[in-house]
Design a protein around this ligand. Structure first.
Ligand code: PBG
Length: 327
């Protein structure tokens, strides 16, 4: 085009800018992660995640009330059990911590969507996401335990099952298990594309889920790979996933876009613990404007293609968006 275009015409005022804005971040986009622990009277801040707490079940209701009052539509529950063993039995116990927390939340807030993270790493004494035999994470025997976990979470009232283990065939196994148990209406939000990332560091402090030997690189993805992400997503779609998650988010915006463009399914982006803690640390030092940085980051995730965002910033963002922060 040869004529002299004046891009600035559409940037001249708040009103015009809002009319031509292509991406909007909304409270409905947010999913708030919560860490639940056993015992009573516990509301303990996680040192590497300022503003994020461990809650025992008696103190969970006050947090849920706040989440609801802010209009956040969904929470994802992570359990931190007292007792760990080789097969992660607390993950699929009827009175396991996530199962009990789910009942508490659904009881007081039936409309709040409860997503259950389905994994074994917080529950196993070795800290891996599957069964360990002779120092190896074995695939198929792990699936059985993940299915049991998912079914027990659905029984407790979870609205969405979110398997995060990255073993092969986990979506198919869980779909089949849920259907057989009569939960064919419960959607699966699959951690379809989950990288072996250093950004999970603070979460592992919070969830006490650091692997006791080795690392997760035999089941989580190599951060260098893009085309493999499409194979992972494809497999999960074929196995019955309803929502595809990409994790982490900020260093993987190209992957969010790829998944969005290639699959006609809702895409969730997990803005993980390390991403949160970096922002918090810089903000505490006064080096950045936390509100503006967080809104810009999350708007970027939406622009990249995320339909929903799991983020520890959710309560703050809901507060800010409730005001006039979106100008
Ligand atoms: C469990 C799980 C992890 C996270 C969510 N589910 C940790 C891991 O894979 O080591 C990370 C979340 C975060 O860093 O905020 N498999």
């Amino acid at each position: 085009m040869s004529y002299f275009e004046r891009h600035r015409r559409l940037r001249g005022s708040t009103g015009i800018r809002s009319m031509v804005r292509e991406t909007t971040l909304a409270i409905q986009d947010l999913i708030y992660p919560l860490f639940v622990v056993e015992g009573t009277g516990v509301k303990e801040e996680i040192p590497s995640m300022p503003g994020v707490y461990h809650f025992s079940l008696d103190l969970l209701p006050q947090e849920i009330e706040e989440v609801q009052a802010l209009g956040i539509p969904a929470v994802i529950l992570f359990g931190v059990p007292e007792h760990k063993d080789h097969h992660g039995s607390e993950a699929y116990a009827h009175n396991g911590i996530v199962q009990e927390a789910t009942k508490v939340v659904k009881n007081m807030a039936p409309d709040l969507v409860v997503i259950a993270d389905t994994c074994l790493c917080q529950y196993t004494d070795h800290g891996h996401c599957g069964v360990v035999e002779k120092g190896k994470i074995v695939n198929d025997p792990s699936l059985e335990l993940l299915v049991k976990t998912a079914v027990s979470q659905a029984q407790a009232g979870a609205d969405i099952i979110a398997p995060s283990n990255m073993l092969d065939g986990f979506v198919y196994a869980i779909r089949e298990g849920l259907d057989e148990a009569g939960y064919e209406d419960i959607p699966i939000m699959s951690y379809a594309v989950k990288y072996a990332s250093s950004f999970y560091g603070p979460f592992r402090d919070a969830a006490h889920s650091t692997p006791q030997f080795g690392d997760r690189r035999t089941y989580q993805m190599d951060p260098a790979n893009r085309r493999e992400a499409l194979r992972e997503a494809q497999a999960d779609v074929e196995q019955g996933a309803d929502i595809l998650m990409v994790k982490p988010a900020m260093a993987y915006m190209d992957i969010i876009r790829e998944v969005k463009d290639n699959f006609p399914y809702p895409v969730a982006a997990y803005n993980v613990s390390g991403e949160y803690s970096m922002v918090k640390a810089a903000a505490e030092k006064g080096w950045i404007d936390e509100q503006k940085i967080v809104l810009e980051l999350l708007t970027g995730l939406k622009r990249a293609g995320a339909d929903m965002i799991l983020t520890y910033h959710a309560k703050d963002v809901a507060r800010w968006l409730g005001g006039k922060a979106n100008e």
